[in-house]
Design a protein around this ligand. Structure first.
Ligand code: ZN
Length: 81
């Protein structure tokens, strides 16, 4: 299982649809349990830290919206069970 930091790191190519299938599986696997394992808070914190750092590429507004949406609704895109 990848950790939050790794998941966030893979989020860019994932959202850009340039990630290989296997890493995508691992990322989705993590996102599915993230709220239970380390909490959305940590994921958000890592993501916002990356957004604020120079490590992140300049984000188009559209991509930023998708990330905000992902953080808002969760990886499943639906209500938690
Ligand atoms: Zn996580």
């Amino acid at each position: 299982m990848i950790d939050c930091r790794e998941a966030v790191r893979r989020l860019w190519p994932y959202l850009d649809s340039s990630l290989e299938p296997r890493p995508v599986e691992e990322l989705q696997e993590h996102l599915a349990v993230c709220q239970r394992c380390c909490g959305e808070l940590e994921f958000s914190r890592e993501l916002r830290g990356l957004l604020a750092s120079s490590a992140a590429p300049p984000l188009p507004d559209q991509l930023r919206d998708r990330i905000e949406h992902l953080l808002a609704v969760g990886p499943g895109g639906g209500p938690e069970p």
